[in-house]
Design a protein around this ligand. Sequence first.
Ligand code: SF4
Length: 586
Amino acid sequence: MLLDIPKEALSTHAVTDYANVGPSEVTCRNSPTGHTSVPQPAKSNPMSIWRAIMKKPRTAVRSCHQKQASGHEGREKQVLSSSQVKPSTPDGTMPKFPEAPAGLARRQKEVVLRDPVSPYHLFRDTAEVTVFRENLLSWYDREKRDLPWRRRAEGEVDPDRRAYAVWVSEVMLQQTQVATVIDYYTRWMQKWPTLQDLASASLEEVNQLWAGLGYYSRGRRLQEGAQKVVEELGGHVPHTAETLQKLLPGVGRYTAGAIASIAFGQATGVVDGNVVRVLCRVRAIGADSGSTFVSQQLWSLAQQLVDPARPGDFNQAAMELGATVCTPQHPRCSQCPVQSMCRAHQRVEREQLVASQSLPGSPDVEECAPSTGQCQLCAPPTEPWDQTLGVANFPRKASRRPPREECSATCVLEQPRALGGARILLVQRPKSGLLAGLWEFPSVTAEPSGQCQREALLRELQSWAGPLPATHLQHLGQVAHTFSHIKLTYQVYGLALEGQIPVTITPPGARWLTREEFHTAAVSTAMKKVFRVYEGQRPGTCKGSKRSQVSAPSTQRKPSPGQQVLDSFFRPHHPTDVSSLNSMAQ
Ligand code: SF4
């Protein structure tokens, strides 16, 4: 039972697969009617072939495959893993898989049959890929930003030091803007210029330097990775994306590809949020870019496009284009080096032409078949073109689940007359979970309308500092902070120990800090927001205390880089290794 499918009608993987095994091996073993053949379209033009496939023969394919599905459901649902996506050949064509076992080849075919992709969304020949590379790289050579990690990586001859420089920058840039990262990166590399330096640092020091950058487990994982390289890998960073991802904690597919291509010259493509946007626009991919299928297609495109002669520069150029030209809201298409091959731009021009001529439909130019709902890379028919968005119709944003809401009561407990100046109590969070190991004001989880909040908070305070005057506990206000998956509202209380014997015995896990120490400690941005509420409200019991004479550090008046990150904390910028970030997001 054979199913002959023109290779041009298949997805990127399908073309590869078909080229490797030949049409006679594409089987549909469970078909009750025996050999099922899709008639070969008359023309060899890929769009003609695609349209032919999208018509009646496609029904035959689906029918055959649906019957097959019941018996092979589990196997058919498999998608290609990162390790299965092979590098492109130097000329930009997709590679063959001479080493692929027959089982893998069959799985690839079956995935393709379920997930057809129009060639409209692909790069179809070597010439197109070559032009894309050349245009992008020559633009990058002219326009690239001068960034400290680029300078360091370009000037470093030692491969492990170079990899470390790239690794730190890529981890910091996850979910964080370049402008924010520069200062953190500079301080980090001054403090720990080598993997060995980082491996010997304490987690407390790492958290302290990371404070304000968000997603705190990134710093911890980075240090764990450095320790692994030093203690188990002889001080040498793995050279390939596959081994980087496999051996280093916190290194996902994107980070591994970035390190391997930039530091070691491996021809491996990468996909971050900027690349998603660029590729979705250049190939008019309107399907949900967060879906597994679209993600696989984007990784395949990136792999096909990456320049084997300059893979690191190419990957950085693609990201740079997304960050500076093909931006989410106001893309500057007139300055774009790949405008001539951008399908989103072509679509805008076509729609404008149709509108200006009051034509009933699109002119006869190349496009996919979005109205059929058949192409899995087109926007669904229920989401029509929005004239006001222009190229920003791509990529389509997946609807995000709103963060769950939680409430916490927290208290700034202060000794205004402590020896050596006013001090505030900080306690350390558990070693795992949200904000692991960071310092915070004593807190209790609380229901938003909980009546026992005050009593519970007082008990928590007393467990750290002994008997306290309950009447001095004042509610000062509230402040909200959104973590990746939680919107946490803090009910902020204050209590000043006036006229009492200073607390000198500190239990393990607690510290009395001066204001200066607080502002440089490993505390989260949320705690700094809480402290600002406390400073702004000043409990009545503290009026006239010495605390009012303590000048606030300059960082309090002028937002530090860490505080600036608040506004951009969750703004998509360099979303990479999304799966790993989700698990460690804080
Ligand atoms: S032409 Fe416009 S939409 Fe297309 S890649 Fe360039 S900036 Fe993005």
